[in-house]
Design a binder for this molecule. Sequence first.
Ligand code: ADP
Ligand code: MG
Length: 272
Amino acid sequence: MSHLRIESLSKVYVDEYRGENVVALDDISFTIEQGEFVSILGPSGCGKTTILNIVAGFIEPSGGRILLGDKPIGGPGPDRGVVFQSFALFPWKTILGNVRFGPKMAKRSRSEQDRVAREFIELVGLTGFEDRYPHELSGGMQQRVGVARVLANDPQLMLMDEPFASVDAQTRMKLQEDLIKVWEERHPTIMLITHDIEEAVFLSDRVIVLTSHPGRLNRDMRIDLPRPRQWANLVRDTRFSEITHEIMGLIMQGSGNADAEQEQEAVGEASP
Ligand code: ADP
Ligand code: MG
């Protein structure tokens, strides 16, 4: 039995302003196994956040069903932890307070809360910053806190929506390496959303490529690169560039057709 099973998922938004329906997701099915790292990859607007929001239980699908273990997903729950792009830390709590929040909600003893929080703060390399407040930390450090906070809840499924999109390129690569180190140590089940091909390939066991308008599943690819993975090795790895090029081709095909058609029309109009 798969850990997460998504069956024929669809989502139609009603755009009240324009008075029309937007088909965001059309008949998406895939599974994620226990301890697997899977990325959902596609261009902006293809429905990635919609998938995450449905799996998190924040919004309802229009069709299909989702099982976590053997249970259908209803609303949000502590069995799923979400790391947002915008960090979403409590600004009035210290780093320790932020990471301790989950264990506290789970009504663990005060000493347990502290032990768990400090363990995960150490895991993401922030020991020494326990008593700081989020605004005193860089974006990259805040996102480490975001990761530690989710892990401290011991979720069955970790959901990440473009978690490194708002930090600079060097910090992003460092955070990706740190995340993969944490994953290789603990093997949490992760579904990560991204539009960054190299990020998806670097991190994942599998990459699920979506096409846009409506969001459909284009390809479910197993990434057979050896682990542990480090950027210093992968940037020169021929298999890594083969895979990223293959995916780029898939995405260009998916989104390029519309542009090509428009160009064709423009050319047609211009010529006598
Ligand atoms: P992504 O995360 O891949 O950029 P989203 O899941 O945010 O894509 O959006 C997918 C599509 O659904 C887009 O066309 C977007 O404009 C549309 N959409 C998202 N949320 C809503 C909403 N609440 N109402 C109407 N349309 C929406
Ligand atoms: Mg999004």
